[in-house]
Write a protein that binds this ligand. Structure first.
Ligand code: SF4
Length: 256
């Protein structure tokens, strides 16, 4: 009998015996896994420091074996900027949710992008504040029901949801900005490629790398994981178009 070849395994940088504390079916688990695969493939884990945002993302440092700081709410990009400027040889990234990055932390992200900080930010967009109970957030879609918008997001009252990948792409110091989705295997593969690219531009010293990841929050959406992925595919991807909005290595420059 031929020897078996292992083709799929737990990433080396995932802590031994780690058990994800995300809700069953949550896409954070997929995002953390592909992030860990990228860190393995780039061979940078021993030289990496992360700043993790407040929210469901916060437990990430419990799973990936890396140096990490928990940032105050919204301040992960500012903390990462300080880490990188003090340790320019380190690989530095933030992992945050949209409530953290797009609301209280928006100024940090935009100004880091404008300054061209050589860090990478991963932002999970699930259109709600997950950890605190599913309230309306800056990425909540028009008409979307949340615990604080029981009749749906009203345009006149709340305005439009923010489109992070496009906004960050418009900042001149951004080297890479993309929006990806975790609703299917092909899209998970694309998401991993985008995360890798967002680290590679940092490693080359080219500027700020950003990836917005469309993700399901089955708990607060009151849906099964399958229905949550259908919502990502049928509703979120209509409002938030996936794609690469900026990649200076490929001459892709949104709006220019
Ligand atoms: S509340 Fe939502 S985003 Fe948070 S872990 Fe549960 S399913 Fe995931």
């Amino acid at each position: 009998m031929p020897a078996l070849t292992q083709t799929f395994k737990i990433p080396d940088c995932i802590k031994e015996g780690a058990k994800f504390s995300f809700c069953p079916g949550c896409d954070h688990g997929i995002a953390v896994r592909i992030l860990a695969e990228v860190l393995d493939e780039l061979g940078v884990i021993k030289n990496t420091i992360s700043a993790i945002g407040i929210g469901c993302a916060v437990t990430t440092y419990d799973f990936i074996d890396m140096d990490s700081l928990e940032a105050p709410h919204g301040r992960a990009v500012a903390v990462a900027t300080g880490i990188k400027r003090a340790n320019p040889d380190k690989v530095v990234f933030t992992y945050q949710g949209d409530g953290d990055y797009a609301s209280i932390g928006l100024a940090e992200g935009v100004h880091a992008a404008l300054r061209g900080e050589k860090i990478t930010s991963i932002c999970i967009n699930n259109t709600t504040y997950g950890m605190t109970g599913g309230q309306l957030g800056p990425t909540t879609m028009l008409g979307q029901v949340t615990t604080t918008s029981p009749t749906g997001r009203n345009l006149e009252y709340y305005g439009y949801p923010i489109k992070l990948a496009e906004h960050i792409a418009l900042c001149d110091g951004t080297a890479f900005s993309a929006r990806v989705s975790l609703d299917s295997v092909p899209n998970i593969k694309k998401a991993k490629q985008a995360i890798k690219k967002a680290f590679e531009v940092q490693l080359k010293g080219l500027g700020y790398g950003f990836v917005e990841i469309l993700s399901g929050c089955p708990t607060n959406w009151r849906m099964t994981p399958q229905k949550a992925h259908e919502r990502v595919r049928n509703e979120m991807m209509e409002t938030f178009k996936v794609g690469i909005y900026k990649d200076i290595t490929q001459g892709i420059n949104y709006g220019k």
